[in-house]
Design a protein around this ligand. Structure first.
Ligand code: ATP
Ligand code: MG
Length: 333
């Protein structure tokens, strides 16, 4: 049997999934699922690096899994599971904390952004990238589909894996980032200098996958634009319109040049109105499928089977790691 390439990625159940998560990450998950042995995780342990309401967190885990399926992930093809159901993630996470250096973690921009202006932050927020490294390395993943904001964490994962392999002998596959040329960094609708995020306190900053049509129209009409009236792609001079053009292009499957041409001589109003309708049409089947899946009563069973498969895949790596490091009392692991 030919072994398929191992792929791993995850999304945090920290809020409603956005168009940024979809265009930058989720669409890639779907694209590679048939040609790879993919593990897609709901990374709940990452979510608690910032405060979460326990009841809401549990709901969001099921919401996110339902969305995974609604956008086209097939749980019989890909392994869908929850991070905390597979204890090996935490165990390897700790071991990798003892391989990573304070200095390299201090350079992580996600930590700087998420801790900026806060009176106190958790230790977990700081060590987040080592748990992410464990998630990926545990499955001997070759490819990791993510958005641009996770590129730095992926580089750190490779550094940690290389250091571990050099010190203890070949243990981990070095993973490569799988990132789109277009759509890897969708920006906020209210401020094109910030990336769109599901945990941004301002809901106007993002389109959520489950937003009803009228809310999408309203958010689009309020989305900021740039000073002149020209629909033209120029990320430096026209960051807001360029971001909308990227969203348009990916959602309508049209090139940016084609769209620029279509809106020559027209203003931002027409452009944004049309974009809203394109998004409504794109999201409609996903929302319908989501409602079916979320109410099907099948999600918990899918996650239980996913966790079982994930544990089987994860255990040999953790056993090898422990043997290499000299941990534990069982000599024959
Ligand atoms: P949070 O604000 O809680 O960190 P988030 O929107 O950044 O939420 P994550 O769960 O951290 O979402 O990331 C899930 C995946 O979505 C990652 O692969 C990440 O790179 C990708 N992603 C997040 N935001 C964007 C964006 N604006 N554009 C493209 N990809 C994105
Ligand atoms: Mg994030």
């Amino acid at each position: 049997m030919i072994q398929k390439t191992r792929v791993f990625s995850g999304i945090q159940p920290t809020g409603q999934i956005t168009l940024g998560n979809y265009l930058g990450a989720l669409k890639q998950f779907v694209n590679v699922q048939h040609t790879s042995d993919a593990f897609y995780c709901v990374v709940d342990l990452h979510a608690i690096t910032v405060p979460q309401d326990p009841k809401q967190l549990r709901e969001r885990i099921l919401d996110l899994t339902s969305l995974y399926i609604a956008v086209g992930l097939d749980p019989t093809q890909s392994t869908l599971f929850v991070q905390s159901d597979v204890a090996e993630h935490s165990e390897l996470g700790w071991i990798l904390q003892c391989v990573a250096h304070m200095g390299e973690l201090s350079r992580m921009t996600q930590y700087k952004e998420k801790s900026d202006g806060k009176d106190s932050v958790t230790v977990g927020l700081f060590t987040y990238p080592t748990l992410m490294a464990a998630d990926i390395l545990l499955y001997q993943s070759s490819f990791v589909p993510v958005g641009d904001d996770q590129k730095q964490h992926l580089e750190l994962t490779r550094d940690i894996a290389e250091r571990f392999n050099a010190r203890f002998g070949k243990t981990f596959t070095l993973p490569e980032v799988l990132m789109l040329k277009q759509g890897a960094r969708i920006m906020s609708l209210d401020d094109p200098s910030n990336k769109m995020s599901k945990s941004n306190p301002n809901p106007q900053s993002r389109i959520e996958m489950l937003d009803p049509p009228d809310l999408i129209r309203k958010k689009m009409s309020r989305a900021v634009t740039d000073s002149d009236r020209e629909v033209r792609y120029d990320p430096k001079l026209k960051p807001a319109v360029s971001n909308l053009l990227t969203i348009y292009s990916l959602s309508a499957n049209k090139s940016i040049e084609e769209i620029e041409h279509d809106y020559q001589g027209k203003g931002y109003g027409d452009f944004k109105k049309d974009l809203a309708e394109i998004l409504v049409a794109m999201l409609d089947p996903i929302q319908k499928r989501y409602a079916e899946v979320r109410n099907s009563g099948e999600i918990e069973g899918i996650l239980a089977r996913g966790a079982e498969r994930a544990r089987i895949a994860a255990k040999p790596t953790l056993d090898l790691v422990k043997r290499q490091v000299g941990l534990g009392s069982t000599q024959h692991l």
